[in-house]
Design a protein around this ligand. Structure first.
Ligand code: S2G
Ligand code: ZN
Length: 448
């Protein structure tokens, strides 16, 4: 590899080929602690041309490449296994022209979500996908995993926001679809194929993103309800009555108590309900009247329409992940089931945890509006995958997906057949062989 490091330095500059463990450590371990490996090197190209040249040199040397953005992923999709080379897109962090006629913007894959948000909001636009990882997640990584977040119930996931990509294949060929034309059916949808392919088919280097109007009147309600059945009743009312509805997230009393303990937050309500919904509407003018059903159906509710007040309500939900991660390395299962099945699915999960890992601590929360449940089990050793298997089998039984918004990565490859037929997996392997015949890009991820 040292010869390779030399040749790579000639492409990206000595300063952007990292080998020293002090420098590479952060690129080699994911933040949940579940995935780690010793990279052969970390390379940070500064342009699409340099990405092409790096890939060509790695293909020549037969060294596998792990494309990495902000490394905020949760399924080992951006964390190297021993000997793989990390190709960091972080230096491709330029926000290019904002096209106000098309309400689109072109960005480098390394642009961090919160920087894009600040940039476009100054100009009266917003970006439709947001999530708690906004301080480190890059737009390239979010596209590669088709990230979702709380606003998917109104705007869809990343795939719906990506108007085009510029991506480099393992052999150096380039897909360059940055014009942003909304109607362009000249051939197969290569952009759609690459979004959500988790770095296994090509390296996304630039993106053309759709923007939405910045909606100044935002109202957030935290609503305590006795159970998820009541939560679904409220969701149905909001779907019919709230055209500006953009989030219906939820969490349970157990997670709320843990978050308040760890962060010294006051419990939001007196009574002790089991389920808490975070409901948010955004419009040009105050949409509060659309939330009448909340007051009718909730046992207690707190409403905020200012930045600070809304952030305080969201904090109870957004801190769930970080809080449980502090308790121990979690078994993380980001899954989705048909919305109506969420209550019964949760009861099945509780029974499975009681049966298989009785001492474990279970956290259930997520995005009720799209049936996306984040099942987190803290306690059993990571190599004890019985509860992971049981939960994913329950998901399949309820007609759901083993991966809702975090991707498959290394974490779920052995269970892909629970959500895709043998034919579909064979077709995905055909596509992988066609685009990356040397199996250079993120080998073993997604398809195992
Ligand atoms: C969320 C973040 C990561 C996790 O909080 O909505 O997507 O597994 C998650 O909690
Ligand atoms: Zn989520």
């Amino acid at each position: 590899v040292s010869g390779l490091a030399e040749r790579l330095s000639r492409v990206v500059g000595r300063a952007h080929v990292l080998e020293d463990e002090q420098l590479t450590a952060a690129f080699e371990r994911d933040f949940t602690g579940r995935f780690a490996g010793r990279a052969s090197a970390v390379v940070r190209p500064g342009s699409v041309a340099e990405v092409r040249e790096v890939l060509r040199l790695c293909a020549e040397a037969g060294v596998a490449v792990v494309p990495q953005g902000g490394h905020s992923g949760l399924v080992g999709g951006g964390t190297p296994r021993d000997g793989e080379l990390v190709l960091s897109l972080r230096r491709l962090d330029r926000i290019e022209e904002l096209d106000e006629d098309a309400a689109q913007v072109t960005v480098g894959a390394g642009v961090i979500l919160e920087n894009l948000q600040a940039h476009v909001r100054e100009r009266g636009f917003d970006f439709a996908v947001d999530h708690a990882g906004r301080g480190s997640a890059t737009l390239g990584g979010m596209a590669a995993t088709n990230a979702g977040g709380p606003y998917a119930v109104r705007y869809g996931s990343m795939r719906a926001q990506v108007a085009g990509v510029e991506a480099v294949l393992a052999d150096g060929r380039v897909v360059s679809r940055l014009s942003g034309l909304l109607k362009d059916n000249a051939g197969f949808d290569l952009t759609g194929l690459l979004v959500g392919s988790e770095g296994t088919l090509a390296v996304i280097a630039r993106l053309r993103l759709r923007l939405v109007p910045l909606l100044p009147a935002r109202v957030t309600a935290l609503a305590a309800v006795p159970d998820l059945e009541r939560g679904l009743e409220l969701l149905r009312r909001l779907r019919a009555e709230a055209p500006s509805l953009q989030a219906v997230d939820y969490f349970h009393a157990h997670g709320l108590r843990r978050v308040c303990e760890r962060h010294g937050l006051p419990l939001p309500f007196r009574a002790d309900a089991d389920v808490y919904l975070v409901v948010e509407c955004a419009a040009r003018r105050d949409p509060s009247d659309e939330l009448a059903a909340v007051a009718e159906l909730a046992t207690e509710t707190a409403v905020a329409d200012d930045e600070r007040g809304r952030a305080a309500l969201w904090a109870y939900r957004e801190l769930q992940n970080e809080t449980l991660t502090a308790l121990g390395v979690p078994h993380k299962l980001d899954v989705s089931v048909p919305v109506a099945r969420v209550p019964v699915f949760e009861r099945d999960v509780e029974a499975a945890v009681a049966r298989l890992t009785p001492g474990a601590e279970l956290f259930l929360y997520g995005h009720l509006g799209d049936g996306n449940v984040h099942v987190n089990v803290v306690g059993p050793p990571l190599d004890d995958q019985r509860i992971d298997e049981a939960v994913l089998r329950l998901v399949a039984g309820h007609g759901g997906s083993i991966s809702a918004e975090h991707g498959v990565g290394l974490a779920k490859t052995e269970w892909l057949s629970l959500s895709r037929t043998p034919d579909e997996i064979a077709i995905m392997r055909d596509l992988k062989r066609a685009l990356d015949p040397q199996n250079l890009l993120n080998p073993r991820r997604v398809l195992g």
